[in-house]
Design a binder for this molecule. Structure first.
Ligand code: KG4
Ligand code: ZN
Length: 332
């Protein structure tokens, strides 16, 4: 037994495949981005996404084995972990069909992984010891939620967005001010030259203290620029980024304290944002909590997080059957 797991992630617009060993060390992690395919549209076009996954899948797979210096064969791995949802149906199906084909052909077990649980397990790639319970902020282009993890695999969603995901708000604001897709990294780049205290954008007020709303703040940015066409866009980017980072980190901290957590975790694409990382770190450490931040590469979608989650699920529940389906609306 090699203990090596092949992790496959195709839920949205990245074809990501990784090989992870029995101590959750990443042997290889290939991420083929579809930014060029979708950038002209300001968002992901589902039909183009699934076609692009299908086109690059085998190259990404072989590159993952090559980087890990392993032959692409059954002898190199113990199991295959694949994202089963949530995500775009067509994109998920490419990864699922490939995983099932490899499983049947190579006679190795396959295990389906919830993409959101994968993001939480990204914290396990580099932090083997986690001080539970932990309040995890999962924040990406499709999701914004605070999850209280009592232990590995034991989750309670305590806060969610009422409308847009935080990454979606970054993407929409970026699109409005003429930046490229994905918008988060573009806003972050522009914000470097701006004053984060230049503009006070309103923070959405919600009944539940752990919920979020980003549709109002996004509209506030648009209206502000329309009313002040000469404003420095770098100031807008820096002020918007600061207000989003603060609301995300403050609410995660409040939830952590309320639910008796000993640590904070951050995962998902927006978790690559430096302002958010620093704010989470400062608030958490000031409150005497451990703060776990995966590397930026492991915050955005990747195959290693799916492999690590897959190992846990496999050990606890055993393999999935070959008739598992893609579940585009799967919940945590
Ligand atoms: O987790 P992810 O790779 O895919 C989803 O599951 O959605 O997250 C992608 C999202 C996009 O909305 C992107 O704009 C955002 O994460 N993002 C960022 C940064 N890097 C990626 N947002 C803010 N700052 C960043 N540095
Ligand atoms: Zn994701």
């Amino acid at each position: 037994m090699s203990g090596i797991i092949l992790g496959i992630e195709t839920s949205c617009d990245d074809t990501a495949i990784a090989l992870v060993d029995s101590s959750n060390q990443v042997l290889s992690s290939i991420i083929s981005s579809q930014v060029d395919v979708h950038s002209g549209y300001g968002g992901v076009v589902p039909e183009l996404a699934s076609r692009a996954h299908e086109r690059v899948f085998l190259d990404v797979l072989f590159q993952a084995f090559k980087d890990a210096e392993l032959p692409p064969s059954a002898a190199s791995i113990d199991a295959i972990a694949v994202t089963k949802g949530p995500g775009l149906a067509g994109s998920l199906m490419v990864g699922m069909a490939a995983a099932k084909g490899l499983s049947a052909g190579w006679r190795v077990p396959v295990v389906g992984v919830n993409h959101l649980e994968g993001h939480i397990f990204a914290l396990d790639i580099e932090n083997r010891e986690i001080d539970f319970p932990m309040a995890v902020l999962v924040v990406s282009g499709g999701h914004t939620m605070i999850v209280v993890a009592r232990s590995r695999g034991e989750y309670q969603i305590v806060g969610e967005t009422a409308d847009d995901a935080a990454g979606e708000a970054f993407d929409k604001v970026a699109r409005f001010i003429g930046l490229g897709y994905p918008g988060g990294p573009e806003i972050e780049r522009l914000a470097r030259d701006g004053d984060p205290n230049a503009i006070k954008f309103p923070k959405a007020v919600l009944k539940d203290p752990y919920d979020f709303s980003f549709s109002g703040p996004k509209t506030a940015v648009v209206k502000f620029i329309q009313a002040n066409p000469k404003v420095a866009l770098a100031d807008v980017a820096a002020s918007f980024q600061k207000s989003v980072a603060e609301v995300l980190a403050e609410r995660t901290l409040m939830a952590a304290i309320h639910f008796g957590c000993r640590s904070l975790g951050l995962s998902g694409g927006v978790g690559a944002n430096e302002k958010l990382r620093v704010t989470m770190m400062e608030l958490g450490l000031n409150a005497g909590l451990h703060v776990y931040l995966p590397s930026k590469r492991n915050c955005t979608d990747n195959g290693a997080m799916i492999a690590v989650a897959g190992r846990y699920i496999l050990e606890k529940f055993g393999p999935s059957s070959l008739d598992i389906d893609a579940q585009p609306s799967l919940r945590l």
